[in-house]
Structure formats: C-alpha cells, structure tokens
Design a protein around this ligand. Structure first.
Ligand code: DGL
Length: 269
C-alpha cells in the first residue's frame, strides 16, 4: 500500500520526511523528476505535461493517491489536472491549501466565506512560475480578506540546492529577502512556498528577523494527509515503497542522503 509523492527534484523530500514520520505504517513511492528540474523557470504548459507524466508513473506504481509535493506543479498544473485529467478512481492533492488554511486559522475543509484574519502583510517566497501563477493569492482570497501579499520569485535557489551548493543557496536567499523587504518592509508572516526552501529555513528566518513568523509546509501537509487517509482509507494504494528518479540514480541518492542525513537510495523511474 503506497501513496505517491511527487516533486521536480529533492525538495519534496522535506514533505516525505514529515509524512512518513506522521504515518509510520503507510508506504510511499517518491518520484523526483530530476531530469527536468527545475520546474520553476518553465511555462505552465510544460509544467502541466511533465506533472501529468510523473503522476501517471506513480499511478502505474500502484498509487491511487498522489501528493504533488511541489508548489510549482500545484500552482501551475493541479487545477487543470483535476478538471480534465485525473481518472475518477484516483486522487491528486497539492500542498498549497494546508498552508493557507494554517495561515488563515481554518480547520481542514472549512469552506465558510472569507473573513479577516490575524496576518495583514504576507511575504511569499516561491519559484518564478509559482509567483507568476498567482495561485497563492487566488486560494487565499477564497478564505481571507484584507491580506496584502507580496511575492518574491527566488530565482536560482532550487538549482543551487539541487547542485548541493548551500553557500550559493544561502547568499541567494539573503538577497531575495532584501529584495522583498524593499517592496514590503515589515511583513508579519513569510510563506516558504517551495518545498526546497525548508532546507534553508534558518537562513530565511535570520534574514527576516525573529518577529516574522515563517510558515513552511511539511508538518501541515503531513497532518492534512493523515486526516485525508483517515477519511478515505481506500486511497492507501497497493504499490511498494520506493524512491524513483528520472535523473542519475547514484547522483540523486548522494544528494538526498546529504540533505536528509540518512541513507536514501533512488532507482531509475
Ligand atoms: N520544489 C518545487 C516547488 O515546491 C519545485 C522547484 C522547481 O523545480 O523549480 O516549487
């Protein structure tokens, strides 16, 4: 029994780490589309085609439920997939909504009208494709009023992380935080809207200052997935746990082991 977890590369491992700790009896098939990462600089049609192909690969591996542990795919492809592609016996979920529900202090699935919430000025750090999709603002507008969102497209950070160049990734994060602060000097909250960024959470927090609440997705998605599987036990799937990559398995395994500080072995997708 396995649930699929998809990311363009290694960032989704931050979600995998949290969900397997939260659901120790559930198996997961993780698919990294490393051959095509990063997605954040691609156009929406390209991201849609790649995400559909990867999701189909996870369905073929016995997953009935696939979590897009990638904000870029969730922002650029999920709605279109749900509206016209996902077969009726399968489900595909994204990582945006649990985060927005936490930010707007809502319970899961609370569909009441939008209302005023505690945060007023929110900084969104994400890939260029996620920022330009405005999917975050759209989902937020369904739930909250009076929240000012300033998006900062963090070019280069995902490549640096995928290459294992954390010194470059830190320098880029600091310069993106400076750029954001020039547009929004005093955010109350910051969203790490890319699953690679929790690997840089301390750098974001240090650059933003201690009084800014930094929201990242992993634990929120884990709680939301646990709740979903309790309500839909038929979606636990039939496949066996695996880590698959469209890239070079040895290289991706080395990087993954370095990030999670435990041995992770990828095989070819
Ligand atoms: N980690 C992904 C995200 O959450 C994708 C980054 C990328 O491939 O550009 O957006």
């Amino acid at each position: 029994m396995a649930v699929g977890i998809f990311d363009s590369g290694l960032g989704g491992l931050t979600i995998w780490d949290a969900v397997q700790a939260r659901l120790p009896d559930q198996e997961f098939v993780y698919l990294a589309d490393s051959a095509h990462a990063p997605y954040g600089v691609r156009d929406a049609d390209d991201i849609y085609d790649l995400t559909v192909a990867a999701t189909q690969r996870l369905f073929d591996a016995g997953c009935d439920l696939v979590v897009l542990a990638c904000n870029t795919a969730s922002a650029a492809a999920l709605r279109r997939m749900q509206e016209g592609w996902v077969p009726s016996d399968k489900r595909v979920l994204g990582v945006f909504v649990p985060l927005i529900e936490a930010l707007t202090e809502r319970q899961w699935g609370d569909n009441s009208p939008p209302r005023e919430v505690g945060v007023k000025h929110v900084a969104l750090f994400a890939t260029p494709a996620t920022v330009s999709s405005r999917a975050f603002q759209r989902e937020l507008a369904f739930r909250a009023i009076g929240v000012d969102v300033e998006g900062q497209a963090c070019g280069g950070v995902v490549d640096a992380i995928e290459d294992g160049d954390m010194i470059l990734a830190e320098a880029l994060v600091r310069s993106h935080v400076d750029a954001l602060k020039r547009k929004m000097p005093d955010p109350d909250a910051a969203i790490l809207g890319c699953t690679h960024y929790p690997l840089m959470k301390q750098t974001f927090q240090d650059a933003l200052g201690a009084d800014v609440s930094v929201f990242s997705q992993a634990d929120l998605v884990a709680d939301s997935l646990a709740d979903y599987l309790e309500r839909h036990p038929d979606k636990k799937g039939s496949g066996e746990a695996a880590f698959l990559t469209t890239g070079d398995p040895a290289r991706v395994s080395d990087r993954a082991t370095q990030f999670l500080r435990r041995k992770i072995t990828f095989t070819a997708a």
